[in-house]
Design a protein around this ligand. Structure first.
Ligand SMILES: NC(=O)c1ccc[n+]([C@@H]2O[C@H](COP(=O)([O-])OP(=O)(O)OC[C@H]3O[C@@H](n4cnc5c(N)ncnc54)[C@H](OP(=O)(O)O)[C@@H]3O)[C@@H](O)[C@H]2O)c1
Length: 272
């Protein structure tokens, strides 16, 4: 029997590549995104219109998978974006929306698949966090908070469901080629108030993100997702590179170093 994977955010970037990879590996893939027409076309991929911020859309997504395949082996909570901007100026509703997409959607979808996984006595929930679930950059407060919350939640969930043969694991990508930074910086500009005192900071962080050499591709990260979904004994955290692992290690063990670095970054931007 073919295994069944549900992947959110499959219209672009890592989710798009993951849908292709799991299909190649012989999985039945149920792939969701709002731009359903951009999900890769393949005989093993069922494209479903999905807005993860909408509970009824999540319910329909999981129902589709159960009706068509009758089982769910893997859920990949990948859909996400950066609601960047100065914390003082991001509206409360945009901050809430950030948590809906990056955190509460994962919670909602996990609750929807767990009864099936429990009956099967097997299942894997792969939650796509970020090195920014531990480290951070200025303007990303709600993004980093949502990814940190996702990590804590996933770890607690894992302790509760491993008794049923189900594991909840975290992947922490670092900067990766996708639409992510463009969307984050577009949001940072849109979140700025007219005559904002944070304009220079937004420009500086935007320049920095534009000039970072992103060596990781979404395709390479899809391989990491696959490993996290299929390792017989899953690791506590999955990384693409040693550099990403070290960044997280530093942020966890020496938070002052990370904080000092970010303060220096802001000073450098404002001095120019
Ligand atoms: N790229 C990076 O540098 C990086 C680093 C660390 C972590 N991450 C994380 O990796 C994950 C994948 O991001 P990516 O880099 O592949 O970004 P991306 O190219 O922007 O793709 C994001 C995907 O999420 C989907 N999405 C966004 N909001 C959604 C919603 N409300 N409902 C359903 N789908 C939604 C988008 O589809 P639609 O717009 O069609 O709905 C798209 O398919 C995210 O969780 C991101 O935070 C990215």
């Amino acid at each position: 029997m073919k295994k069944v994977v549900l992947i959110t955010g499959a219209s672009n970037g890592m989710g798009f590549e993951a849908a292709k990879l799991f299909a190649e590996k012989g999985y039945s893939v149920v792939a969701g995104a709002r731009r359903v027409e951009k999900i890769p076309a393949d005989k093993n991929i069922s494209a479903v219109k999905l807005d993860v911020s909408d509970v009824s859309s999540n319910e329909a997504f999981v129902q589709f998978a159960l009706q068509k395949f009758g089982r769910i082996d893997v859920l990949i909570n990948n859909a996400g974006y950066g609601e960047y901007g100065p914390t003082e100026e991001i509206s409360y509703s945009n901050a809430l929306y950030q948590f809906k997409v990056n955190y509460f959607a994962a919670v909602n979808l996990a609750q929807l698949v767990l009864p099936t996984m429990r009956k099967q006595q097997s299942g894997r929930i792969v939650n796509i966090s970020s090195t920014g679930g531990n480290g951070y950059v200025p303007l990303g407060a709600h993004y980093h908070a949502s990814k940190a919350a996702l990590q804590q939640w996933s770890d607690v969930l894992d302790t509760e469901v491993s008794q049923f043969g189900i594991r909840s694991v975290i992947v922490q990508p670092g900067g990766t080629q996708s639409a992510w930074s463009e969307i984050a910086m577009k949001n940072a500009k849109e979140n700025l108030k007219p005559d904002s005192p944070y304009k220079k900071l937004v420009e500086g962080i935007g320049n920095m993100l534009n000039n970072i050499n992103l060596d990781a591709t979404s395709k390479e990260l899809a391989e990491v997702f696959y490993q996290a979904a299929t390792d017989a004994k899953p690791k506590f955290r999955y990384y693409y590179s040693f550099r990403d692992r070290m960044m997280v290690w530093t942020a966890r063990n020496h938070p002052r170093i990370t904080h000092f670095g970010m303060n220096q970054l802001v000073k450098g931007i404002l001095k120019k």
